[in-house]
Design a protein around this ligand. Structure first.
Ligand SMILES: *Cc1c(COP(=O)(O)O)cnc(C)c1O
Length: 373
């Protein structure tokens, strides 16, 4: 089946008792046992499992061409489940521009429990050099945030597997519409479903997807069930609903982002534009090999400094100045001020989550803001 069909059907089934075409929301936290004490529906208790979560996990697994998915209450909870599944003392190699929330989680909550190095993974040599005898996990995020750097998933998987290291890919920026890491050899895919899967900036969630139900996956399921960082039934329902339009939404994001990147690249007040779909992107060839489409995220530098960049975000009218990404509405953000004083992000860099408004309106709005600086 094609991805559009999976997105619509794999998260839904007709309810047997009511014949409702759309899955009902099951709020019950407990499920009746049979005369023999068994669980005829397969559900026992809300933390362990719920019909809406089961449907959500089914569609998420199928979209990433995986075997099974585990849904969490946030992207950070999904990432944390991976870290909690590792033996204490494990060494992790993570990207130097890892999503700052997970980087902070490692540095704050796992200090003294796990070991980690943050390296530039666009250079496989750096990854090779960072490997230690107790390295157990390579965490990849591509395209990266906010510089849209790419890491060669196939190449890095080869290095990792030669050294018995598991590979997790945070596929939040790309989504399965633009990149399928499991087909490139990754051992696990992670998403913040808060972003494109939710798509309307009104659900917080996360997911892990595995290609095999091995011992590691059983451990992750234990973290999900015993840790309890599970999404509520209503959130599972809403996500499943949003996912039905994901392939079409992504197509719109990708088309708008490409046109917006080309507009910016030709603008006199813009310095560099970072978008994997531009031939000027230093890894455009890799993007064409590894990605199915180039995504909806881009960054650019405004000529001048932080003041000029701030002026742009304060002048635009259609773009909202806010963090996060993946919603139907376009967002713009001055990253350096979000990331704090130790950030290496250029002070004149703006990150854009290109939304689904008409591209002409977005370009007109940005033209006016750039003209004002
Ligand atoms: C947002 C995000 C996360 C964290 O997800 P939450 O849902 O906010 O917990 C992780 N990785 C990436 C790339 C993200 O954009």
């Amino acid at each position: 089946m094609h991805i559009e069909t999976i997105a619509i059907h794999a998260g839904n089934h007709i309810d047997e008792s009511s014949k409702a075409v759309i899955q009902p929301i099951v709020m019950s936290t407990t499920f009746e046992r049979g005369p023999d004490g068994e669980y005829p529906s397969g559900f026992i208790y809300g933390r362990a499992g719920n019909p809406n979560r089961a449907l959500l996990e089914n569609v998420l697994a199928k979209l990433e061409l995986g075997e099974e998915a585990a849904a969490f209450s946030s992207g950070n909870a999904a990432g944390m489940a991976v870290f909690q599944s590792l033996k204490p003392g494990t060494h992790i190699i993570a990207p130097d521009d890892m999503y700052h929330g997970l980087r902070n989680q490692l540095k704050t909550l796992f200090a003294g429990i796990l070991w980690f190095d943050f390296v530039d993974q666009s250079n496989p040599e750096m990854v090779q050099q960072a490997i230690k005898p107790h390295t157990g996990l390579l965490w990849i995020e591509t395209p990266s945030n906010p510089l849209l750097k790419l890491s060669n998933i196939t190449g890095l998987v080869k290095i990792a597997h030669e050294n018995n290291i598991k590979v997790v890919v945070d596929n939040t920026f790309a989504t399965p519409i633009c990149q399928l890491p499991l087909t490139l050899g990754a051992d696990l895919v992670m998403h913040s479903t808060t972003k494109y899967f939710g798509g309307h900036s009104d659900i917080t969630g996360g997911v892990l997807i595995t290609p095999v139900k091995d011992d590691w996956w059983a451990r992750i399921r234990q973290v999900q069930e015993m840790g309890g960082a599970i999404p509520a039934p209503i959130d599972c329902y809403m996500l499943t609903r949003s996912i039905k339009t994901l392939p079409y939404r992504m197509r719109g994001h990708v088309n708008n982002a490409q046109l917006f990147a080309e507009f910016l690249e030709n603008h006199a007040k813009v310095g560099q534009v970072m978008y994997p779909g531009l031939p000027s992107h230093p890894q455009h060839q890799l993007a064409k090999l590894q990605m199915l489409a180039f995504g909806g995220m881009l960054s650019f530098t405004v000529k001048g400094g932080a003041d000029e960049a701030r002026k742009v975000v304060n002048t635009v009218k259609i773009f909202t100045q806010a963090t996060s990404l993946g919603g139907v509405e376009s967002l713009i953000e001055h990253r350096a001020s979000v990331e704090g004083p130790d950030t290496k992000t250029p002070k004149n860099l703006l990150r854009v989550s290109v939304g689904l408004e008409h591209i002409d309106d977005l370009i007109e709005d940005m033209s006016a803001a750039l003209a004002a600086i």
